[in-house]
Design a protein around this ligand. Sequence first.
Ligand code: DC
Length: 228
Amino acid sequence: MKKITIAIDGHSSCGKSTMAKDLARELGYVYIDTGAMYRAVTLYAIKAGLIDGQNVDVDALRAQMDKVNVGFKFNEETGRPDTYLNGERVEDRIRTMEVSSKVSLIAAIDFVRSAMVALQQEMGKGGGVVMDGRDIGTTVFPNAELKVFVTASAEVRAQRRYDELTAKGEKCNLQEILENVQERDRIDSTRAVSPLRKADDAVVLDNSNMTIPEQKQWLMELAKSKIS
Ligand code: DC
């Protein structure tokens, strides 16, 4: 059976990664969460004191970029890859509100994007990958055999994120999360470098009113039709 490249792009907090991870596992493909990579760079910048409010010390980050080592290691226990920053497992720390509220700033920087895109192309060059992000079908793998663009209303996405954070015991506020979702959409879609947009040949999935098993089945059928 041929090993294809599957690009899953779309808005933040719309369940892309859950779908993409499940699909990768079912197909025996490698799953790559590119948002986690931008989040890891953001965590680096926070720890290095390079972000003050909404301002990033871009020159200092550029000078330190070769010290930012982002990668994944498969976690046998969860059956999913964990994100590492300079050898340290950061899977949980990159999902906090602190990182979420700064990541769009970092993901809009051209040299950060070119470094991450090069890494993503290297990781996925053999095919047999499910890569989720914002620009996979447009920039990273414009020739991917299957491209899906996932979306849902901002309110539904904020509620899902709220439920996820609350389940982890993090204190949060729904209105604040909704504003964060809307602000990230705005920054992601209007940035100069690789803005979030649907590739012309991507299939759209609006999952506002779908359950996770429904989405999973929809995606699995679509992928199988491309592979066989
Ligand atoms: O998917 P996520 O919410 O973990 O992504 C975090 C941020 O990174 C989000 O603001 C969009 C950005 N991102 C990006 O610009 N390009 C990607 N390929 C993946 C994520």
